[in-house]
Structures are given as structure tokens and as C-alpha cells.
Design a protein around this ligand. Structure first.
Ligand SMILES: O=C(O)c1ccccc1NCC(=O)[C@H](O)[C@H](O)COP(=O)(O)O
Length: 205
């Protein structure tokens, strides 16, 4: 089970979340986000895969950030096309395409990205692009029949553990933690993340 912690930017907090056992760490390169990373932190995680989060950004700018931050994965939250995903993949980056989910029909576009992306991330549909702090009805994902593994996202918080333990899907590969574990935007409660990861990984590998 991959645990991604998103919206990081403070060096000490990055270290603490790495120590807490996060597998992936997300850096948000979207200027309108409260978690926007304006400059490269003094410390970047070495044990975690580094994920760059972008919204409708040019391939050129994404590649610049990928180099600066040593990104392993690019997570795309906007209207990025399969062609842009393919270009980034060809540059040697892993690709995570995000789909905002409110109803079953929101799963329809995944077919165009199948075979190009390494992972999909299913997040709650909201007026912005992410970080809503709200969950969607996970039952909708039972209609997902493609083969690309996915991360479950949107509104996860310490109290989500029991629901996660009941969730089942063959392609479910991980979860994404963000605002539900924050003490302030961009600052995670490392003790809460540590406890949550330990409890989750004791039950699900
Ligand atoms: O978190 C943000 O501020 C954000 C803004 C714009 C695009 C993406 C953003 N977050 C990316 C993520 O992967 C979040 O973890 C995901 O949306 C879930 O967030 P939350 O509902 O707060 O758990």
C-alpha cells in the first residue's frame, strides 16, 4: 500500500514525514494552492518518491521543476491531454493522472489515459483542483474496470482508517493524505501521520 503525503514544503516537516514512513511525498507547483512551493526546500526526502503536482502547466515548465526537485512522478490535476502525459513519460518520469469524482460518469475519461499513465488518482470533485478536504462516495469506484492502479484521495483524515480497511478493489494501490493531517496549510502533524501509517500498514500491506 503506497502512502503519499501531499503538500509539503518545510524542511523539518519533510524530514519528520519521511521518518513517519511516507512512501511518496507531494510538492504542489500550482500558484493558487495554499500549499504552493515557491522555492526548493533546504531538505528534500531521500527515502520517499518525490511527486510534483501540477495544474494545466506547460511540459517545458514541468520538466524544469522535475530537474530542480529531482521528481520521480508528475501528478496532473487539470486538463492535461494523453499526449502531454506521453511526452512526460518519454522524458523518463512516472505519470499520475488525477480524475475528480462525483459520479460514475466521471470515470469515463480514464480509458484515454490507460497504458500511458503509471497510476490514476481519484480525488473529490470540487470547485478548485484539489485539497478540498472532502471525501467522495468510494462505492463509485466499483465501476472502475481498467487496469491502471489507483490511489484513493480526498478528505482522508485520522478517522478514515476504519472505512479504508473496509474498502476493496483489485487495482487499489495506495492513499493520499493532505489537509486532514495538517496543523496549518503545508504543515503536517507528523505524529498523526506516523500513527495512521503504522495502523494502516499493520492491516494492509
Ligand atoms: O492541496 C492542494 O492545495 C491542491 C491544490 C490544487 C491541486 C492539487 C492540490 N492537492 C493535491 C493532492 O494530491 C491532494 O492531496 C488531494 O487533492 C487531496 O486533498 P485533501 O482533500 O485535502 O485530502
Amino acid at each position: 500500500m503506497i502512502v503519499k503525503v501531499c503538500g509539503m514544503r518545510e524542511p523539518e516537516n519533510i524530514r519528520a514525514i519521511e521518518q513517519a514512513g511516507a512512501d511518496w511525498m507531494g510538492f504542489i507547483f500550482f500558484p493558487h494552492s495554499a500549499r504552493y512551493v515557491t522555492h526548493c526546500p533546504e531538505y528534500l526526502p531521500e527515502q520517499c518518491r518525490r511527486v510534483g503536482v501540477f495544474v494545466n502547466e506547460s511540459t517545458e515548465n514541468i520538466l524544469l521543476k522535475a530537474q530542480e526537485f529531482g521528481l520521480h512522478y508528475i501528478q496532473l490535476h487539470g486538463r492535461e491531454t494523453p499526449e502531454q502525459c506521453r511526452k512526460l513519460k518519454t522524458a523518463g518520469l512516472g505519470i499520475v493522472k488525477v480524475f475528480s469524482i462525483a459520479r460514475e460518469s466521471d470515470l469515463r475519461p480514464v480509458g484515454c489515459y490507460e497504458g500511458i499513465c503509471d497510476y490514476f488518482l481519484f480525488d473529490t470533485a470540487c470547485s478548485g483542483y484539489g485539497g478540498s478536504g472532502k471525501t467522495f462516495h468510494w462505492d463509485i469506484l466499483q465501476a472502475y474496470q481498467a487496469k491502471t492502479p489507483f490511489l484513493l484521495s480526498g478528505g482522508l483524515r485520522p478517522g478514515s482508517l476504519s472505512s479504508l480497511l473496509q474498502f476493496k478493489h483489485e487495482q487499489w494501490a495506495g492513499i493520499d493524505l493532505n489537509s486532514g493531517f495538517e496543523t496549518a496549510p503545508g504543515l503536517k502533524d507528523s505524529a498523526a501521520v506516523h500513527t495512521f501509517i503504522n495502523q494502516l500498514k499493520q492491516k494492509i500491506q
